[in-house]
Design a protein around this ligand. Structure first.
Ligand SMILES: Cc1ncc(C[n+]2csc(CCOP(=O)(O)OP(=O)(O)O)c2C)c(N)n1
Length: 588
């Protein structure tokens, strides 16, 4: 029996086991919406802006192991979705984004609401398709899901003209996919893995650097086993937080621009570095030449061959699924019977502990002003470290990453690659739908929240009781920090004048709002927000925080990992050239 393209699409999504489609209707996709109306296998979540549809689908995926699905109309619907698509692309998140297109005869004629979605998204998708024939639709959707989640995950756009949704064809969903020239890597090369194991056993100052690839590749058990078996220190990048437990003593904190002193010093001074699903991003190692000025051997494991040796040349490249590579590595380590050099490791740990002893995340508490760091720490305590935390972009994002200890992957959701303000709230909604029983907190700034604040309405409609913590410093804080450091405190357009009353906004959307101005109220209000009484309610808390607080440590552009701007209590040690630092002993 022949069915319409729209019905075929709906059947495909059902075949893929899709539970939620995040979207927004329009003329080009009305056939699809009609087909959705006539089914009840998956739910559609109506957002208030297409960017939010993609962020919510993205976070649905980030907080589960499923592919996120978004549906938008042609023209402005499609272009509104582009920021969300680029966000998912830079963080390697598997998404299928379906966009409507004008009817095939109108394509290229500047028809009403026509944009070249395939052309616009080409640089920020893993792959994209324009379906011109209804007979190709089912196979294309199958391919889209396969490409999105295999190898290095990423967003796939399927652009469907309106007439294709109306044309009829037999429905046949393929069982498998074969795409010529697309063969994602699986097992790593055993010879390379052996070399890596030998190098690790010879290392005097080994260090393990874990990125978002380990989170997406669900390699947390293997990462943890390797770090513990070798007894070495490790770091998780902003995207890798949770891959190794953040509260464990072998974890040194996050590396990079706002990484900890100990993680950055260990990155710079190790002799063997294992990069697991991490890409030596500029926000992590800063300048490659400085990073490599300390000789070290690099083992780089990644599923994407094009990521290896892109910024930093790997001595031992291993292309493969990180989980499978680490399993093989652990197996070879066990078989070899070898043990790391205990004496050298003890020396290395002595050095690491000396670095850690400076307590670089210490800040000055206050009875008068709410310290943003204290809000995050209190959130951690109140939620017992169990919440799924989304963030927006800015100082609050860095404090969230530094002060909430993430013990499991897929618990920390943020836009690390693109740095998209407006991600936090729709992401929290997506994460709550994927994890209905979890506590979900969105840590945001008063600037970021206003980029997608309309999603408070979506949260009301779909009963997603997320807790929004706005660290309101009345500044675009991260911009202010840079202007303070690099532009002679000329705060050009970084002051958020005419801020709304967030409590009233929350209430206007039907939620609960609190304003907190006194440090002594931080904990009681958070406890109330997460209490059983408000379990079913979205709570928006406007924390009036210290306006002058800055994020430390910080590495300025062009500086190396051991050239951090440190917090006031550590300023003296910065002056000591590293070679003369007595803590370091004879290790250089
Ligand atoms: C869409 C978008 N526009 C601009 C920026 C640049 N930017 C990065 S951080 C920041 C300030 C964020 O301010 P706020 O949300 O209030 O957070 P705070 O830094 O004060 O914690 C800006 C404007 C961005 N990352 N994303």
């Amino acid at each position: 029996m022949q069915i319409s393209g729209a019905e075929i699409l709906v059947r495909c999504l059902q075949e893929e086991g899709v539970e939620f489609v995040f979207g927004y209707p329009g003329g080009a996709v009305l056939e699809i919406y009609d087909a959705i109306f006539r089914q009840d296998k998956f739910k559609h979540v109506l957002v208030r802006h297409e960017q939010a549809a993609v962020h919510a689908a993205d976070a649905f995926s980030r907080s589960s192991d499923k592919v996120g699905v978004a549906l938008v109309t042609s023209g402005p619907g499609a272009t509104n979705a582009v920021t969300g698509i680029a966000t998912a692309y830079l963080d390697s998140i598997p998404l299928v984004v379906i966009s409507g297109q004008v009817a095939t005869p109108a394509i290229g004629l500047d028809a009403f609401q026509e944009v070249d979605m395939v052309g616009i998204t080409r640089p920020c998708v893993k792959h994209n398709f324009l379906v011109k024939d209804v007979n190709d639709l089912a196979a294309t959707i199958k391919k889209a899901f396969y490409i999105a989640q295999s190898g290095r995950p990423g967003p796939v756009v399927v652009d469907i003209p309106k007439d294709v949704t109306q044309h009829r064809a037999e429905f046949h969903y393929p069982d498998s996919v074969h795409i010529r020239s697309y063969v994602p890597a699986t097992r790593g090369h055993s010879g390379q893995i052996k070399k890596a194991v030998n190098l690790l056993l010879e290392a005097k100052r080994p260090f393990i650097y874990v990125g978002g690839g380990a989170v997406q590749g669900r390699a947390e058990a293997e990462v943890t086993e390797l770090v513990r078996m070798l007894g070495v220190p490790c770091t998780n990048t902003l995207m890798g937080l949770g891959a190794y437990p953040g509260s464990d003593s072998q974890f040194l904190g996050m590396p990079g621009m706002h990484g900890t002193y100990e993680a950055n010093m260990a990155m710079q001074h190790c002799d063997v570095l294992v990069a697991v699903g991490a890409r030596f991003d500029d926000r992590v190692i800063s300048v490659p030449s400085h990073f490599l000025s300390r000789p070290k051997k690099i083992i780089h494991i990644d599923v994407d061959p094009s990521s290896i040796s892109k910024r930093v040349k790997a001595d031992i490249p291993i292309v493969g699924d990180v989980k499978l590579v680490l399993r093989d590595m652990l197996e070879q380590l066990k078989q070899s019977g070898g043990k790391p050099d205990a004496a050298a490791l003890a020396q290395w740990w002595k050095q690491v502990e000396a670095w850690r002893g400076h307590n670089c995340l210490l800040y000055t508490p206050s009875d008068e002003l709410i310290k943003p760091q204290a809000v995050v720490q209190t959130l951690y305590e109140v939620t017992g470290g169990q919440a799924i935390v989304t963030s927006d972009v800015g100082q609050h994002q860095m404090w969230a990453a530094q002060y909430y200890k993430f013990d499991r992957p897929k618990q920390w959701l943020n836009s690390g690659g693109l740095g998209t303000m407006g991600f936090g709230l729709p992401a929290a909604i997506g994460a709550q739908l994927a994890n209905p029983n979890a506590q979900v907190a969105c840590i945001t700034g008063e600037g970021s929240i206003q980029m997608n604040i309309q999603e408070l309405s979506t949260a009301k409609q779909y009963h997603t009781p997320v807790k929004v913590l706005a660290l309101n410093n009345r500044y675009l804080g991260m911009v202010r920090q840079w202007q303070e450091f690099f532009y002679g405190t000329r705060y050009s357009e970084s002051y958020m004048d005419a801020l709304p009353d967030f409590v009233k906004i929350a209430e206007a959307y039907g939620h609960i709002g609190f304003k907190v101005e006194n440090p002594s109220d931080v904990e009681p209000v958070l406890r109330e927000a997460f209490s059983d009484k408000l379990k079913e309610r979205l709570v928006f808390i406007d924390f009036r925080t210290d306006q002058s607080e800055n994020v430390f440590p910080m590495i300025q552009n062009g500086k190396g990992l051991d050239e951090m701007d440190l917090p006031p209590h550590m300023r003296d040690i910065q002056q000591v050239p590293f070679e003369n630092n007595r803590d370091y002993g004879n290790m250089c």
